[in-house]
Structure formats: structure tokens, C-alpha cells
Design a protein around this ligand. Structure first.
Ligand code: KG4
Ligand code: ZN
Length: 341
């Protein structure tokens, strides 16, 4: 007889401690997120040691809350899904060790999840009928990939960043114009008041014109040079214009490459994943260009874009359906690549 599968998802790869209960990879019964942003923001970025300690302090509370909100007991859980990479090693270890303890005590399987693949899975929660194949743009603080998702957990990388990730560029530029951490949402907001066409920041060009790769470090340097020149000339800076012009440069390359990838694969649908998927300019521009090209562009709700455990519980389910479980000897892999086990 078919039985629903309830997975307890656990996420602690960076500065969010999160636990969630997810049924059959698509239905979220709870998704508790404890963010450390207020702690790290006074340092201008995530301090790894502080992050690990905070995860230790709150993980039990977050898991307990996730179970309570889902109205389930630990004995109702069929498996534990946990992020084991990529991320900060000390932070990853907290969630992973907690998951191992639960798996051992409950005699239930543990499924190690690749955090980047978790981001993609947020779309399976949002769109109940979404099934591979589809093109997916993954844009987070640490990663920028354009992939063709052939099947659950099977990715063909079509393009990736050659240097900084898109979110990293947002955070660095935000710091340079004094917006603080995390910069993405702050640039998003400020850019609405600026003129995106007033400063021409460069888009990376590769020798291989068919490449779908990205590069954001030149753009970041160009923003820093602009700010320095203005300062040296004693001229004032319109931060909203800088934010809007920088954002236009990032978004235009993300959108152009996404459309090219869809064309190459004759795809009529694509999904977007990761923290930068919360960006309102990216959402509006990509949906518009998708509409013009008969491509259905999907974005998860804001809460599912940034780090959360529901997406981990979802990805764990699809791994489990393929027969994947992890041994209790599983270690954290800070630089785990997309599609790697
Ligand atoms: O996926 P995520 O929560 O963590 C990683 O796995 O990296 O992504 C965090 C990144 C940060 O760089 C943050 O600035 C960016 O996502 N971000 C945004 C927005 N919200 C979060 N970037 C642009 N616009 C946003 N609204
Ligand atoms: Zn993430």
C-alpha cells in the first residue's frame, strides 16, 4: 500500500538554522528558519566561528518547533534529510551531526543533500506539477549555474560563473556603497529609486561567444573604480543610480544566458533558484522575456528562495526515491559541487 513519506529536513550550511517537515517532497507541513543575520551584520559578513556556535545553540529548538508546527512526533518521521555541503564546514557539521544522532536513535535512514540541489528542489514545492526536464538558473551567495535538469538530481551544467557568484557581487557592491550585509535585498530596494541607464557598467565578454558562463568580478571592480574616481574628484555619488546600474548589468546577463539556454534545449519552461531568485528586477525581467519567447519562467516564493530546510526535505525525498541513503560516516564537504555525491 502507498504511504506518504514524511522527511525531516535540516539545513545549517551558512547563517540560517532551519528544520522542516515535508511530505512526498512537495507538501510543506512546517519550515522553521532561525536567521543569524542580525548577529553577522555588525561584522559586514558571516563570521564562520560565530555561525557554528549559533547553530549549536538553536538547532534543538528549531527542530522541536518544526515538529510541533507540523503536528508530528519524531516517531512519525520516515527519514532525515540534511545538507552536507557545500557551505561553511563548522556550520554544516552542526546540522549533520544532529541528523546523524536522530537517524541512529530513530533507526530511520539519513539522506545527505547537496545544498545547491536543495535550492532547485524549492521549485518542486512551489509548482506541484513541475517535472524534469527543464532549464534552471541557480543564483545564490556562493553559486551561479545555468543547468539543464534532465531528471531528478541529474544536472547538465550549461554555464557557470568563472569567478564571483551573483549574490557575492551584490554583497560586495552593497558593502562598497555602504549598504551593509546582506547586500542583495538592500540593492534590490534602493535600485527602485535609481536610474539603471545612467552608468554603463560592463558585461563580461568571453572569447568563445557561444559560452553561457558568467563573470561578475570585472563588473564589481568597475563599480569600485567608479566610486574611487568620484571620490578623488570630490564628486558626490548617487547610490541609487549605482545600485540600479549595477543591478541592470547583472540581471541582463543572467536573463540573456537563460534565454539562450532555453533556446538551445528547445525548452518551454525554466525555473530559478537560490537567494538571488528573490530579486524583484530579475523576477520581472526574466518573466517578461520568457513571455516574449513563449517560455514559462518559474520562481519559488521568497521564503523558499533563500536558505531553508523545506527545500532540503524535498531534495532528500527525490534522492530517497532513487534509492539513495547516506551512511552515518558521511562527512561535511564544504566545496561539494553540483551533481556531486
Ligand atoms: O541562497 P542563499 O540564501 O545562500 C547561499 O546558498 O548562498 O543566497 C544568499 C544570497 C546573498 O548573496 C544575498 O545578498 C542574495 O542571496 N539575495 C539577493 C536578494 N535576496 C537575497 N540578491 C539580490 N536581490 C535580492 N532580493
Ligand atoms: Zn543557499
Amino acid at each position: 500500500m502507498y504511504r506518504d513519506m514524511k522527511i525531516l529536513g535540516i539545513e545549517s550550511s551558512c547563517d540560517e538554522t532551519s528544520a522542516a517537515v515535508v511530505v512526498n517532497g512537495r507538501q510543506v507541513l512546517s519550515n522553521i528558519i532561525s536567521s543569524q543575520i542580525n548577529i553577522h551584520k555588525k561584522f559586514g559578513g558571516v563570521v564562520p566561528e560565530v555561525a557554528s556556535r549559533k547553530h549549536i545553540e538553536v538547532i534543538s529548538i528549531v527542530v522541536k518547533e518544526a515538529l510541533e508546527e507540523a503536528k508530528v512526533n519524531l516517531s512519525d518521521i520516515d527519514a532525515v534529510g540534511v545538507t552536507y555541503g557545500p557551505g561553511l564546514v563548522g556550520a554544516l557539521l552542526v546540522g549533520l551531526q544532529y541528523a546523524k544522532g536522530l537517524s541512529y536513535a530513530l533507526h530511520k535512514p539519513m539522506i545527505g543533500v547537496n545544498h545547491i540541489e536543495g535550492h532547485v528542489s524549492a521549485n518542486f514545492i512551489q509548482y506541484k506539477n513541475l517535472r524534469p526536464p527543464f532549464v534552471c538558473l541557480i543564483v545564490s551567495g556562493g553559486h551561479t549555474y545555468l543547468v539543464y535538469m534532465k531528471d531528478y538530481g541529474k544536472f547538465e551544467v550549461m554555464g557557470q560563473t568563472r569567478d564571483d557568484a551573483a549574490g557575492e557581487a551584490y554583497d560586495k557592491v552593497a558593502r562598497a556603497i555602504g549598504l551593509g550585509y546582506p547586500g542583495g535585498p538592500k540593492i534590490d530596494k534602493l535600485a527602485k529609486k535609481g536610474n539603471p541607464d545612467i552608468i554603463q557598467f560592463p558585461r563580461a565578454n568571453f572569447h568563445d561567444s557561444s559560452s553561457l558562463d558568467f563573470s561578475f568580478s570585472g563588473l564589481k571592480s568597475s563599480v569600485l573604480n567608479y566610486l574611487n574616481q568620484k571620490k578623488m574628484k570630490g564628486e558626490s555619488i548617487n547610490r541609487a543610480d549605482v545600485a540600479a546600474s549595477f543591478q541592470k548589468a547583472v540581471v541582463s546577463v543572467l536573463v540573456d544566458n537563460s534565454m539562450k539556454a532555453c533556446k538551445l534545449k528547445h525548452a518551454d519552461k525554466m525555473a530559478v533558484a537560490g537567494g538571488v531568485a528573490a530579486n524583484t528586477c530579475l523576477r520581472d525581467t526574466l518573466i517578461g522575456r520568457g513571455h516574449d519567447n513563449d517560455i514559462n519562467v518559474m520562481f519559488p516564493d521568497f521564503v523558499l528562495c533563500t536558505d531553508n530546510a523545506a527545500m532540503i526535505g524535498s531534495a532528500a525525498y527525490f534522492e530517497y526515491m532513487k534509492g539513495v541513503t547516506s551512511p552515518l560516516s558521511l562527512n561535511a564537504v564544504p566545496n561539494l559541487k553540483l551533481g556531486e555525491r
